[in-house]
Design a protein. Structure first.
Length: 335
């Protein structure tokens, strides 16, 4: 008997390489992970680490000029998305997998009314039209906390505030109750109060529909409070992956610790200087041969510079994985 996969999403050895005039950019380079229904996976890392490219690869909205090569496997409920035609993939987007972007103005059509944009999704994936689509659109706007939802259907995106536009984007994303929701920096363009409201909204919608969710963010505090698992990306690779509590209370990768230490803390006095990570991001055209963080790591040795470390288990059940020759244990470096 064939076993039914429990994971909503299984990503295996995924690589996204861009072919440019200067050479091959290895934006995502051998990433693997899985998410179960109702779980939230946070993806963190510096700018340029491959977080957004990973999300766009999963939902298959990369450039169409042929410059990107994708290998590996992206299985949604056991179905490999990389084997689907673009026509079939259009049926998957919005219905089974949806995405909320950093700037809602980049995902909302500025010349179409809100009601039209929600209605298009309902018609394509659920077959709702006319009055039925209108009623469902009002219900969706109300569910994401938009006041006077029936009136908002006639508004254009520019007539709404940034927070309301993001709520509309979320309403469109959850319209068909997708199995997986990807939120790529969903609160960056919003003020702190609205950020909290949007995150609470995402959590409520996730619980209501038992969705799996990928939350991409630079904000480690947000990730610590709103995720079940965390994947740390550096130079296109996932260098540490663990349950959220395990990662923040006992990370093993020096890069992860450097990220956590660089985040501002409420307990710090005013004008405290942030602890920046030394060095600069790697050249993705010519990444380091061994550990890609090696050139910036205080603990790097000849082994680190010559050989790439594989993901190793830090615990008996294999839920905490890290890629480092000299991992941190209780704040110390193992020999």
């Amino acid at each position: 008997m064939t076993e039914v996969p429990t994971a909503v999403l299984e990503v295996t050895d995924l690589a996204t390489h861009f072919h440019t005039a200067r050479g091959i950019v290895r934006a995502v380079d051998g990433v693997s992970f899985s998410i179960e229904p109702g779980q939230t996976l946070g993806i963190v890392g510096e700018s340029g680490s491959g977080k957004s490219v990973l999300a766009r690869t999963i939902i298959r909205i990369l450039t169409r000029d042929g410059s990107a090569t994708v290998t590996g496997r992206i299985a949604l409920d056991g179905r490999d998305l990389l084997t689907l035609s673009e026509t079939d993939m259009r049926d998957v987007r919005g219905k089974d997998i949806a995405m909320v972007f950093q700037n809602p103005m980049s995902s909302l059509n500025p010349v179409k009314r809100i009601g039209t944009q929600i209605g298009e999704v309902l018609t394509r994936h659920l077959g709702l039209r006319g009055r039925a689509a209108q009623i469902r659109s009002v219900e969706l706007l109300a569910s994401v906390g938009i006041s006077l939802p029936a009136e908002r259907l006639n508004h254009y995106p520019h007539q709404l505030s940034g927070g309301m536009r993001q709520r509309v984007a979320i309403a469109i994303a959850i319209a068909c109750e997708p199995k997986l929701l990807i939120a790529d920096e969903p609160t960056t363009a919003l003020d702190v109060t609205i950020q909290a409201q949007i995150l609470d909204l995402l959590r409520r919608q996730q619980r209501a529909h038992n969705m799996a969710m990928i939350l991409i963010s630079h904000d480690l505090g947000m990730v610590a409070a709103h995720t079940d698992l965390v994947g740390v990306m550096y130079a296109g690779q996932m260098v540490e992956r663990a349950p959220t509590r395990s990662l923040f209370h006992g990370c093993h990768m020096p890069y992860t610790r450097a990220l956590i230490r660089s985040a501002p803390k409420l307990s710090d006095p005013p004008h405290t200087r942030l602890r920046a990570i030394s060095g600069g991001p790697p050249d993705m055209l010519q990444p380091a041969i061994g550990c890609r963080f090696g050139p910036r790591c205080d603990y790097a040795t000849d082994m680190c510079r010559s050989y790439k470390p594989a993901l190793s288990a830090a615990d008996a059940d294999g839920t905490h994985l890290y890629a480092c020759w000299h991992p941190l244990v209780a704040g110390r470096i193992l020999p």
